[in-house]
Design a protein around this ligand. Structure first.
Ligand code: SF4
Ligand code: SF4
Length: 339
């Protein structure tokens, strides 16, 4: 099937009448995913959005329920967002990041209704990456510029049009509803060529990384690695796979609501106990945790690396911390399990 670029606004306008549609939009100097009210607002640039699509499913701040305590008892009211959604223009790395977050919000011990309802009711329309950025390393972490994990449809840019590839039943139904024209042999050849020519030039060697992290908790390398880091948390807030949150009650007298807010392991208060003790006293412990969480603990818990190689943390760190260099340093570190 084929979707001409000039037909994208009208395609999205039709979807808007039935779904909440999210797409990359320009905001000042950068792009991010927002709900659009007109198909003309969608902006598909060559590169990934500055902010990932994560917030559509796991908002930065979300009311979980409101409560009211009276003499008769306590009344709870929860609002679950069950609107049908389409996310258009998501890159393969960001789509894959949601399959990683699924492990956190849907496992044997806990199923999060807020996240899961959104995931179930959303159709993911991805766009492959013909020209991956120099900071992209998706192929080093089990992904790729045309990877279909987490997608329902994949669009492949062939110049004036996108060849539409069906990935799931949800995607098939949407494509049938849209009535895309059939792709010609020339279109299919152009799509294959685009895929062959898309090169991820940056490779990160993860061989033996997990084995090293299993044994180097006390290696002196951690004293050096974190030195530049300011602990600003930008890398965690921009990361499509970071998912730490805090829960607070916002109440006046007997009325209030419980709110979930993003948090960050880069912040000193993240692990501060009520007693005043903090097990991660310095930036060294906090930065080590960020790396350990993504490349060891998540692998221990779910069998996958919690990084999709999107490169946002590299592009946006104010002091140029580069996770690719950090991982190489870690691979070269010693085995030190005693302090
Ligand atoms: S963005 Fe850079 S300085 Fe800020 S917490 Fe992350 S690594 Fe540290
Ligand atoms: S750690 Fe960095 S490269 Fe990996 S997914 Fe997060 S922001 Fe992207």
């Amino acid at each position: 099937m084929i979707l001409s670029k000039k037909d994208i606004p009208s395609f999205l306008d039709k979807l808007i009448s039935e779904y909440q549609v999210f797409a990359p939009v320009q905001e000042g100097s950068y792009t991010l995913f927002k709900q659009i009210s007109s198909g003309a607002d969608a902006v598909l640039t060559d590169s990934n959005t500055k902010l990932p699509a994560k917030e559509i499913f796991f908002p930065q701040s979300e009311k979980l329920f409101s409560y009211n305590v009276t003499e008769e008892g306590t009344k709870l009211e929860a609002t679950i967002d069950d609107q049908k959604k389409v996310v258009f223009g998501v890159r393969p790395c960001d789509a894959k990041s949601l399959t990683l977050l699924d492990n956190v919000f849907n496992n044997d011990k806990y199923q999060d209704p807020y996240y899961l309802t959104r995931r179930t009711n959303t159709i993911m329309v991805g766009v492959g990456c013909n020209a991956p950025a120099s900071t992209c390393f998706c192929t080093s972490v089990n992904g790729g510029p045309f990877d279909t994990k987490g997608l329902d449809l994949l669009l492949v840019d062939t110049g004036d049009a996108y060849v539409v590839e069906v990935v799931s039943d949800k995607g098939k139904a949407l494509a049938e509803q849209a009535g895309f024209a059939a792709a010609s042999d020339a279109d299919k050849t152009a799509a294959s060529k685009a895929k062959e020519e898309a090169k991820v030039t940056c490779q990160v060697n993860t061989d033996g990384l997990k084995d090293k992290l299993d044994v180097n908790f006390y290696d002196p390398i951690w004293d050096k690695i974190h030195e530049k880091c300011l602990g600003c948390g930008a890398c965690t807030y921009l990361c499509p796979t970071c998912h730490c949150f805090d829960i607070v009650d916002d109440a006046v007298d007997c009325n209030g609501c419980r709110v979930r807010n993003w948090d960050s392991c880069a912040f000193p208060l993240f692990t501060l106990h009520g007693s005043g003790h903090n097990p991660r006293t310095s930036n060294k412990e906090r930065y080590r945790n960020r790396i350990m969480h993504k490349f060891k603990y998540f692998v221990d818990n779910f069998g996958e690396i919690a990084c999709v190689g999107c490169g946002r943390c590299i592009k946006n760190c104010p002091v140029n911390m580069d996770i690719r260099v950090v991982l190489e340093d870690v691979r070269g570190s010693e085995a030190r399990l005693d302090s």
